[in-house]
Design a protein around this ligand. Structure first.
Ligand SMILES: *[C@@H]1O[C@H](CO)[C@@H](O)[C@H](O)[C@H]1NC(C)=O
Ligand SMILES: *[C@@H]1O[C@H](CO)[C@@H](O)[C@H](O)[C@H]1NC(C)=O
Ligand SMILES: *[C@@H]1O[C@H](CO)[C@@H](O)[C@H](O)[C@H]1NC(C)=O
Ligand SMILES: *[C@@H]1O[C@H](CO)[C@@H](O)[C@H](O)[C@H]1NC(C)=O
Ligand SMILES: *[C@@H]1O[C@H](CO)[C@@H](O)[C@H](O)[C@H]1NC(C)=O
Ligand SMILES: *[C@@H]1O[C@H](CO)[C@@H](O)[C@H](O)[C@H]1NC(C)=O
Ligand SMILES: [Zn+2]
Length: 845
């Protein structure tokens, strides 16, 4: 899955400087809370049906006794292929419900004698045949035993079929089921997304299977190692298009008004990578890569506005890059990428049918900013990297998720760099992954990258694996490995790994084996220990070392770096660019290893600095101090200091852009200009606020002509709303509702949180619970934007506390949302009293 950027990357720091770092402890708290919920309700990953009362915790420990009590499949049966027919209805039935119906026949082989068929099935109404939930037949010579009994196990999400006799080892059988499910708007499994075009409401059926939602679509052996071939048929209305992982091979009109689309059989693949979409979307396509069909799908209006063109332009080159890098051809006959109006994560790497949030795939050359463009490139590059790493070769179980996501999070910079060579993409990993994860991994509440297989069983435990440590630490640790064995050797080992295990499953040490082999085959490379041993130090223990060099004696010592020195422990046993010095100094100061004055001193030269990366790094760190002090008496002094430091940068950009009329040439200079304006306005640099107010006023006077440069929109909107009133806010709301470009809507949504007027903020908070005003996918991030605002923080905290159960039930299930919400809101919490508040609340529920 692609990361969700709740705080969009590269929009600059805006009026309120962002920080990923502060109080990540709370993430740990909310994860602990997640676990509590799972324990108490006995049904993990699934919101309580009743949001007002919580069941009393059971005092007796549940001990699994029967095979269906375990969350893992027994392994006695192995799927070979599935024939699946699905029919989603895009109009509600007489009860007002959106549903889908379907049938599935799975061919499986028995590898261990058993009289039980245990297969995943969740929230499906199964048709009964003679009182049983399925039909069984033998294939070839095999005769199937009769079904004695069948039942559903809600807790472990199984359909269990008990047979009168045992299945024979080596024999092959077919299990047939027919079912009905709800096409809900909950962003998981087979679900619906809605949008309005030309005043008409449109409904899309789409899917998100990772990690454990394929079982909500049809009964299946829903584990990543249970790979099989899938023959998919989708029944849909005329005038709509059906898409799935394979290329469509046949589409016939059958009766009125139904069309039946058949897809080519898939390759051998995991259930979590399946995807099904029925929509009235349109596409643009190219065949530039050796006749490989590449298509970009989206709402008709978005395609007509040419918002898909950039994605189409970069997809071909990125695929070519990976084919060379991996030394393996793209494994499929087509590549579809679809932009969805409602989507929980950032994107999802379904094999051959990648799904995206609109902001991660669509780009408008006039209306979008450079940051929007970079995000599109990075997310596409991330997802396409998975087409081989993750999809062709898949980790056996979710405990190794870090390798899958860390890998894609690392190589996304390489693919993006190939597509956009002038952007210095490879340097940006320092800001977006390395410094980000340093902040989280420096806490006593961090955890090692690697987990044991038996520690990750329940769907809720699987969801927890999708976190910053897996994505960002995974990425930087792999980057480090690639750098010390050198990029060509890394690529050779990788290629051997992918070719050896194609269409199969692995554990992380399989990659180490192939990298070790590549090192051994390259005499010029010397490494001090084996790849296994070196990497174990980074993957099996949490945290990272701080290395001290005594410049008088030359003596080098290292210890485990922790921000909270009271939980300090010795370890058993990051070029030194300006940005890293600043980041290190601040981290060392927060850990009380060096004096804060010393860290602040690294920022004294900033009045002379013109480069983006050091500025960004400093602002992120200073932001910690802003967050901690903006409610205290020392804030005045801090503001005066920053005003003095930012003034020259503001003047610099004013000059080089000829009074804000031109766009700076360099990619990162464009980001730095955004920082300069954002910080200058918030610190009160003369002329800044007047400037942005006049731009926004011009737009309000003539809404069809927006005079604000695309790159500066985020910062200008936010500042204009912060220093304006209800008129500025309501104008933004009107433009938000009218926006046809997702990234424009997203900017306005974030900017409306910048107002300092409490009743406007409270009204906005209420809007987040109304999906007709704020989409479900955007609710938690909107609350977070409000909490980032010094006036909004206490309002957001009160809002969440008052509706805790409801919010948890609606938004607490996703992989990212809930912990992000809590950590976002509590980022400014700095007093013992505030910490007690959070602890008290998480425990009460
Ligand atoms: C599956 O459902 C479709 C549509 O209802 C039907 O045409 C087809 O015959 C069914 N397949 C089986 C094997 O029952
Ligand atoms: C499934 O069956 C249950 C019990 O009969 C019913 O309450 C529920 O509405 C059904 N689900 C759908 C989506 O029709
Ligand atoms: C896509 O590529 C074409 C051909 O090189 C170019 O004319 C067009 O401007 C590009 N579109 C975008 C949005 O980059
Ligand atoms: C930090 O260093 C400054 C300058 O060296 C000194 O004046 C100050 O007392 C030091 N603060 C602490 C807490 O050591
Ligand atoms: C920018 O504006 C100032 C004052 O309005 C003017 O003196 C200066 O010539 C302008 N510079 C450019 C490059 O337009
Ligand atoms: C809303 O959007 C439509 C179509 O893009 C446009 O014609 C109309 O002028 C817009 N309304 C406002 C208030 O901008
Ligand atoms: Zn991913």
């Amino acid at each position: 899955m692609g990361k969700v950027y709740y705080v969009s990357q590269n929009v600059g720091l805006g009026l309120l400087v962002l920080a990923v770092s502060a109080l990540a402890t709370i993430i740990a708290l909310s994860i602990a809370y997640d676990k509590e919920k799972a324990k108490n309700q006995g049904k993990p990953g699934d919101g309580a049906a009743d949001s007002t009362s919580m069941p009393t915790p059971s005092t007796t420990q549940f001990t699994p006794k029967e095979p269906w009590d375990y969350y893992r499949l027994p392994g006695s049966l192995v799927p070979v292929s599935y024939d699946v027919t699905l029919w989603p209805r895009l109009e509600p039935n007489k009860d007002g419900l959106y549903i889908f119906t379907g049938n599935s026949s799975v061919v499986f082989r028995c590898v261990e004698e058993t009289d039980l068929i245990i297969i995943h099935s969740n929230k499906l109404n199964l048709t009964t045949f003679n009182g049983h939930h399925a039909k069984l037949s033998g294939l070839g010579e095999a005769t199937a035993p009769t079904i004695k009994k069948s039942w559903l196990v809600v807790k472990t999400e199984y359909l269990v079929v008990q047979l009168s006799n045992r299945l024979a080892v080596g024999a092959t059988y077919v299990l047939h089921t027919e079912f009905l499910g709800e096409l809900a708007d909950n962003l998981e499994g087979f679900y619906r997304s809605e949008y309005v075009e030309d005043g008409v409401k449109k409904v899309v059926a789409t899917s998100q299977m990772q990690a454990t939602y394929a079982r909500k679509t049809f009964p299946c052996f829903d584990e990543p190692a249970m790979k099989a071939l899938f023959n998919i048929i989708i029944i849909h209305n005329q005038g709509t298009v059906a898409l799935s992982n394979g290329r469509e091979i046949d589409s016939v009109i059958e009766g009125v008004p139904v069309k039946v689309t058949t897809f080519e059989p898939t390759e051998r693949m995991s259930t979590y990578l399946l995807a099904f979409i029925v929509s009235d979307f349109v596409s643009i396509q190219s065949n530039q890569n050796n006749n490989l069909l590449i298509r970009i799908w989206a709402r008709k209006k978005a395609i007509d506005d040419r918002q898909g063109e950039y994605a189409l332009n970069v997809t071909g080159p990125i695929l070519q890059f990976y084919e060379r890098y991996y030394n393996a051809a793209y494994p499929l006959s087509k590549s579809d990428q679809v932009a969805l109006p409602d989507f929980n994560a950032g994107a999802m790497e379904n094999w051959g049918l990648v799904t995206y949030r609109e902001t991660a795939l669509l780009y408008d050359p006039v209306l979008s900013s450079t940051g929007n463009k970079e995000r599109v490139t990075s997310v596409i590059s991330h997802e396409l990297a998975h087409m081989w790493f993750g999809n062709l070769v898949t980790l056996k179980w979710w405990n190794d998720l870090w390798l899958n996501e860390g890998f894609a999070s690392y190589v996304e910079y390489l693919g993006a760099d190939y597509a956009e060579p002038t952007w210095n993409m490879k340097d940006q990993i320092v800001l977006y992954d390395m410094q980000k994860v340093f902040a989280v991994d420096a806490l006593a509440s961090s955890h090692p990258l690697s987990r044991k297989e038996d520690e990750v069983n329940e769907p809720a435990q699987i969801s927890e694996m999708f976190n910053t440590i897996s994505y960002s630490k995974g990425a930087v640790v792999l980057r480090m490995l690639s750098e010390f064995i050198t990029e060509p050797v890394f690529a050779r080992g990788l290629s051997a790994y992918l070719n050896t295990f194609a269409f199969g499953n692995t554990v992380y040490t399989d990659l180490w084996d192939h990298l070790q082999q590549a090192v051994e085959n390259t005499p010029e490379i010397f490494i001090p220990d084996s790849v296994h041993n070196i990497m174990n130090r980074w993957t099996l223990q949490m945290g990272f070392p701080v290395v001290t060099i005594d410049t008088r004696t030359g003596r080098i010592t290292q210890k485990h770096f922790l921000l909270d020195p009271d939980s300090c422990q010795e370890m058993a046993g990051s070029p030194t660019i300006r940005a890293q010095i600043i980041d290190d100094a601040f981290n060392l100061a927060r850990a009380k290893i060096i004096n804060t004055t010393l860290a602040l001193r690294t920022t004294k030269y900033l009045s002379k600095e013109r480069d983006y990366i050091p500025w960004e790094s400093a602002l992120r760190n200073l932001d910690y101090y802003i967050l901690m002090f903006d409610r205290t008496e020392v804030y005045g002094a801090l503001q005066a200091y920053l005003k003095k430091q930012i003034q020259p940068l503001f003047e610099h950009f004013k000059t080089i852009t000829a009074n804000w009329t031109k766009i700076p040439q360099g990619h990162t200079d464009q980001y730095n200009q955004i920082n300069a304006i954002g910080i200058a306005c918030s610190m009160g640099v003369k002329g800044c606020r007047e400037l942005i107010k006049s731009w926004y006023r011009q737009w309000m006077e003539n809404p069809v002509h927006n005079p604000i440069l695309a790159n500066l929109k985020s910062t200008v909107y936010c500042s204009a709303i912060a220093f304006g009133g209800v008129e500025e806010w309501d104008f933004a709301w009107t433009m938000f509702q009218n926006a046809t470009l997702a990234s424009e809507a997203s900017r306005l949504r974030s900017a409306m949180a910048c107002t300092k007027v409490p009743w406007l903020l409270n009204r906005y908070l209420e809007y987040t619970l109304d999906p007709t005003k704020i989409r479900k996918q955007d609710a938690t991030s909107t609350v977070q934007y409000i909490a980032r605002n010094v006036v909004g923080m206490p309002l957001a905290w009160n809002f969440v506390r008052a509706r805790w159960s409801y919010i948890f039930q609606q938004y607490g299930k996703g992989s990212f949302s809930f912990s992000n919400l809590i950590s976002g809101i509590t980022r400014r919490f700095s007093t013992e009293f505030e910490l007690q508040e959070v602890c008290k609340h998480t425990q009460q529920h």
